[in-house]
Ligand binder design. Sequence first.
Ligand code: SF4
Length: 202
Amino acid sequence: MTGDTTGEADLDRRLADAVERLGHGLRSLAQRSARAQGLSPLQQQVVLALSWQPAARREVNALAAEFDVTTPTLSDAVRSLEHKELLTRSPSSDGRRRLLTLTGRGEEVAGELSTWDEPLLTALAKLPVADRATTLGSLLHLIGDLHRRGVVSVVRMCTTCRFFRPDAHEDPAAPHHCDLLRTPLPLVELRTECPEHEQAAV
Ligand code: SF4
């Protein structure tokens, strides 16, 4: 962290510091929520992911890539959740993978965990919609850039999608375009988790 400075020259440094503080706060929130359920933060991520992800991504290798951890680390988390009777493993339809599925108790825990980031959502809701839309666009561009540099692993956001055409329109509220949907993309509708996402060439 740097000292308190002002002026455009130091803007990027202060933005990076602010993002770091935000990340630290979110990690604390996640730890608190996971601990209340007797879970580790990674186990919490697995439970939440299994509560909504499509079957194709409900297996160890896909989750390990998504959370940027090794397969053995993710396998340990899964074993522990199995031991706590929050998930089961079963063969996929082609018999080549082990599909992870939440038990009834696992679904209940996922419901209780789902509000872990409520303080952040409450704080965001106080900002004007236009500010939130601009922030979303800026963050997605940053994440897309970090993804191309290999810093952020799996993302299914507009800015890493081969159908995304940036700055294709003059309207500042809807500057980008989706070639798949054949429509302008308003900033407020940029996606962070799109089922039609296809990875752009890096
Ligand atoms: S397909 Fe989905 S992720 Fe890709 S540009 Fe269109 S809306 Fe965005």
